[in-house]
Design a protein around this ligand. Structure first.
Ligand code: ZN
Length: 240
């Protein structure tokens, strides 16, 4: 069994298509989505329909929740709020309902999936260092939990202490717990513009991170044509 973990797609259809094509080539057998299907980029409806048609376990992200809701976005940063206002108008009631019904946490096979953290999933806290990861581990009852939200691929390992590591490929060792950020498909923020996702090979107990080039010029053109903040087109090229 080879499972693709993909999330933080953020309405970037070109990146999503490139990731799914690569996963197919990598003999992936199953798919799990870590949320934030929409928000920021210009193809929320197409990305939502694609993920929905895959019928794979999907957890809710903060942008999915904010898009599905009708509350004011005033407290949010202006660029994200402008994109969310626009995104709300692109989706029909049924699509917004699909987003609102996504669950915060799912258990799949022998692992857990959450968008942000397991200790308070609806608070959307960011795990950016090993101290943030510690509180998550108190609520993690499977050996592995995959998450997203920061858009930065990372691995937190808890054995006698918690450490933060990153390498393209990691082997899951007995006796340790793993809180793994599989990175972002549609808006990476680790300085690398290429779409990011992870493959968990259950038979070999191995997680491999993949970076995939995609047609970013088309994505940028669509962002500008939609009247979304131009900064959103710039940041995807810089991976920030
Ligand atoms: Zn996100």
């Amino acid at each position: 069994m080879r499972i693709a973990l993909f999330g933080d797609i953020h309405a970037n259809l070109e990146a999503l298509d490139a990731v799914l094509a690569d996963a197919k080539k990598q003999d992936v057998t199953d798919y799990v989505c870590m949320g934030d299907v929409v928000g920021y980029n210009a193809d929320p409806s197409a990305c939502l329909e694609k993920v929905r048609a895959m019928n794979c376990p999907t957890v809710k992200g903060n942008h999915d929740e904010d898009t599905a809701g009708t509350h004011s976005l005033e407290s949010m940063n202006p660029v994200a709020a402008a994109a969310l206002e626009w995104t709300r108008l692109q989706l029909n009631a049924e699509q917004r309902q699909w987003l609102s019904r996504l669950r915060m946490v799912r258990q799949v096979s022998d692992f857990t999936v959450v968008h942000s953290t397991l200790d308070q999933p609806s608070h959307w806290n960011y795990v950016t260092n090993r101290f943030d990861a510690m509180s998550n581990f108190s609520y993690q009852f499977t050996q592995i939990c995959f998450h997203g939200h920061t858009h930065v691929p990372r691995v937190y390992i808890k054995s006698d202490r918690v450490q933060e590591v990153f390498s393209e490929s990691i082997v899951i060792e007995d006796g340790a717990k793993y809180f793994i950020n599989a990175g972002s498909v549609g808006q990476p923020r680790d300085g690398d513009w290429r779409a990011c996702y992870a493959i968990y090979d259950l038979d070999h107990k191995q997680v491999v991170f993949r970076r995939i080039e995609y047609d970013i010029e088309t994505t940028q053109r669509k962002i500008l044509a939609a009247g979304l903040p131009p900064m959103l087109a710039e940041r995807i090229a810089e991976g920030r």
